[in-house]
Design a protein around this ligand. Structure first.
Ligand code: PLP
Length: 477
């Protein structure tokens, strides 16, 4: 492609993106396609001759776009959001254009130094104390894996890195603790880091789905009595199913006393800590060894961008650093080389989009958006509470409402309730007008509505409630 064609299509694409955002509500939120429908429209072999950009773009619109679920649609209430914003998209265009690798300082000094600065901004914004240092990871799953690897190395005097695990030796059995409501990335990390799934302890939760610190204490005690070394606790600041907030202070006091690594998974809820009135959620966070939250979930920065903070980066460097001759530079003693702060060598210039987003919104603008998301979730919860045909299944701590159809005084069994709520969910999602997902809480099939999409407003939540309350699946009940 020559520069003239690039310029031409570049302008067209930006216009297309602007139209897309302007008209996003006309797209179905959940792609209506059936499995295999995209693939059958694509050739089995790659083109031998290069194709004209106009044809490729046409196919993008005809074949690809119908197969996209629209995460940027304001009526996307499913899972947790992966929200974005125009400043972030613009910055991402520049990142792609620069194509810079941010693995060591020399490979892009601005990449490293901007990352240091924006992570320090974020640390202050969420109220983590001075002394924590940040690095951007691709996802919370990766950050949690890094934390597990550091915890493993600290517990074993960095010997697993050098000698490997010796599972036959009881002294090398290391246990990890998390709640029964914790995210699946923790179990995955435990498997990858070599702890063995049978050494992952799922600690029971209370009636609000928060880890019970006394149960954690008991599990640690039991392991010690059996010769297993307690290594790492992963607390959830906002569980995936219900945004339950584990009691960080009580957990942190235990981990401090026991000399166990504490990692906090605040993937979704961490963004709420930028609000002074929600800062209480961070109570006890100063006791952790590492902390992760995702600007790519709820801070208007397009995927991927995960903010990972550690109390002592020395653990990261000792765990991950390998120093081949071809990567050495003359300034290594003076600078941070982020390749030593995580798993990957090559690193995208993710700091740029965070910088654009924080500067463009300002802290105040970000706070206003998040505050509004929480306010409209509370409003929605109020409608659920007032309608005798529905119930809230978990407390509403921030911007997630867990609810289900369950008429007051009805004698419906759990199986019947599950069937009706499944049908309700399917009907809503098939409409293309909104997208919700489900979970199970204490065995109850539950619908989740999360208000974190960048352009979601009260109007969208009101429309969603109208559709839910008048759905066919429950109209005959
Ligand atoms: N932790 C929690 C609490 C989550 O809800 C999620 C994803 O929704 C994750 C971790 C994983 O996030 P990521 O996709 O960034 O790995």
């Amino acid at each position: 492609m020559d520069i003239k064609t690039f310029r031409n299509y570049g302008h067209r694409f930006v216009d297309w993106i602007a139209d897309f955002y302007e008209n996003i509500e006309s797209y179905p939120v959940l792609s209506p396609l059936k499995p295999g429908e995209v693939k059958k429209k694509l050739p089995l072999s790659p083109p031998i001759e290069g194709e004209e950009m106009g044809r490729i773009f046409d196919d993008f619109q005809k074949i690809i776009l119908p197969g996209v679920t629209h995460w940027q649609h304001p009526s996307f209430f499913a899972y947790f959001p992966a929200n974005s914003s125009m400043p972030s998209v613009l910055a991402e265009m520049l990142t792609a254009s620069l194509g810079a690798q941010c693995m060591v300082w020399q490979t892009s000094p601005a990449g490293t130094e901007l990352e240091e600065v924006v992570m320090e901004w974020l640390r202050k914004m969420i109220g983590l104390p001075e002394g924590f240092t940040g690095v951007i990871q691709d996802t919370a799953s990766t950050a949690t894996l890094c934390a597990l690897l550091c915890a493993r190395e600290r517990s074993t005097g960095f010997s697993v890195n050098s000698r490997g695990f010796y599972p036959d030796k009881e002294a090398q059995r290391l246990a990890v603790y998390t709640s029964t409501e914790a995210h699946s990335s923790i179990e995955k990390g435990v498997k990858i880091a070599g702890f063995g799934r049978e050494n992952l302890r799922f600690i029971p939760v209370d009636e609000e789905f928060r880890m019970i610190p006394e149960e954690l204490e008991k599990a640690i005690e039991k392991d010690r009595a059996e010769g297993v070394t307690p290594c790492c606790v992963i607390a959830a600041l906002g569980t995936t199913s219900s945004l339950a907030l584990d009691p960080l202070r009580a957990i942190g006091e235990i981990t401090r006393r026991e000399g166990v690594w504490l990692h906090v998974d605040a993937a979704m809820a961490g963004s709420a800590a930028i609000l002074p009135e929600k800062r209480y959620i961070m109570d006890g966070a100063e006791l952790c060894d590492s902390f992760v939250f995702n600007p790519h979930k709820w801070l208007f920065t397009n995927f991927d961008c995960s903010a990972f903070f550690v109390r002592d980066p020395g653990h990261l460097v000792r765990t991950f650093s390998i120093n081949p001759e071809y990567l050495k530079t003359s300034v290594d003693m003076e600078v941070k080389n982020f390749r030593d702060w995580g798993i990957q060598l090559g690193r995208r210039f993710r700091a740029l989009k965070l910088w654009f987003v924080i500067r463009s919104f300002g802290v105040k603008g970000l706070q206003e958006k998040i505050r509004e998301h929480i306010r409209i979730a509370e409003e929605f919860a109020g409608w659920v509470r007032e309608d005798p045909r529905f119930e809230l299944v978990a407390p509403v701590s921030l911007n997630l409402v867990c609810f289900r159809y369950n008429p007051a005084g009805s004698k419906l069994s759990e199986d019947e309730l599950e069937r009706i709520n499944r049908e309700l969910l399917e009907e809503l999602n098939l409409s293309g007008k909104l997208f919700l997902t489900h979970t199970k809480l204490a065995g109850k099939y539950t619908l989740r509505l999360c208000t974190g999409q960048t352009s979601t407003s009260l109007k969208h939540v009101r429309e969603a409630w109208e559709r839910i309350r008048t759905a066919r699946a429950i109209s005959a009940m």
